[in-house]
Write a protein that binds this ligand. Structure first.
Ligand code: NDP
Length: 256
């Protein structure tokens, strides 16, 4: 895959899947604009991108995707005068069923996982039309299948999947592709952050999760990042509106 001369904007690049995606796209030659709120973590990602490819330019943008969409896109265009790939990766997990949670949790999850994607995509599309670029959204197996005890998250990812499909149809005539990856359990910070798990509970969760993935293991961030890079690349030139599970078969499986 060759992204030389192209510009990719990756949200949530200060951790986990987003950080790996920035590093991977940099490895393939893309200039990367990386977004997150944690300046220290974003700096670490910047270092990894430069180490992956000394010839690329990395633009860190400390910003909140729920409030700073305009600033984010303006900084990217100000620096590079173009945008080829938007990876809407920033996301949060929150646990609980309807009777356990309040409307604030629901709003917070929907604002981050769906509303911010709407805003960033809307601001980016004119530039993506200019470059014949594309969007990759980072959804979840929780958009494709339903799980108990994470209502806000499941609703947000199912909405994101419908957003991916509807937008892909609207932009097909412009030759701007829109796809998503739908990961299974991948080792990052998200479960400890949003799932309220201790280290031990997280270790137990990962062990249990092996049995809910057909391949008998959980995933790692680069397995998702490489799929994102593929979908964003010219190798996927006839793929749009696709929700691609990167989940060791979890979406296809009914655990016993
Ligand atoms: P992490 O918690 O490791 O990373 C989440 C990233 O999102 C961080 O960089 C964080 O930035 C950023 N982020 C969250 N909220 C905001 C915000 N308001 N503004 C800017 N940045 C924000 O999680 P993952 O890497 O696991 O998650 C990435 C995506 O992958 C999410 O959309 C998640 O739903 C999805 N996913 C993850 C799975 C997994 O098992 N890990 C499974 C399925 C899907 P900062 O810390 O700087 O605020």
């Amino acid at each position: 895959m060759d992204f030389t001369g192209k510009v990719a904007l990756i949200t949530g690049a200060s951790s986990g899947i987003g950080a790996a995606t920035a590093e991977t796209l940099a490895k393939y030659g893309a200039n990367v604009a990386i977004v997150g709120r944690n300046a220290g973590n974003l700096k670490e990602t910047e270092k990894k991108c430069k180490a992956a490819n000394a010839n690329i330019v990395c633009l860190p943008i400390i910003a909140d995707v729920t409030t700073d969409a305009e600033k984010i896109v303006n900084e990217v265009i100000g620096k590079f005068q173009r945008l080829d790939v938007l990876v809407n990766n920033a996301g949060i997990l929150a646990m609980g069923g309807l009777m356990d949670i309040d409307i604030e949790q629901f709003d917070n999850v929907l604002n981050t996982n769906v509303r911010a994607v709407f805003t960033l995509s809307k601001l980016s599309v004119p530039y993506l039309i200019n470059t014949q670029g594309n969007i990759v959204n980072v959804s979840s197996v929780a958009g494709l299948r339903s799980f108990p005890g994470a209502l806000s998250y499941g609703v947000s990812k199912a909405a994101l999947d419908q957003f991916t499909k509807c937008l892909s149809l609207d932009l097909a005539k412009e030759n701007v592709r829109v796809n998503s990856v739908n990961p299974g359990v991948v080792i990052t910070e998200i479960h400890k952050r949003g799932g309220g798990m201790s280290e031990q509970e997280y270790a137990n969760y990962l062990e249990r999760s092996k049995g809910t993935h057909a391949m008998g293991r959980v995933g790692n961030v680069f397995e998702v990042a490489e799929t994102i890079a593929f979908l964003a690349s010219s190798k996927a030139s006839f793929i749009t509106g696709a929700l691609v599970p990167v989940d060791g078969g979890k979406h296809a499986m009914c655990p016993r």
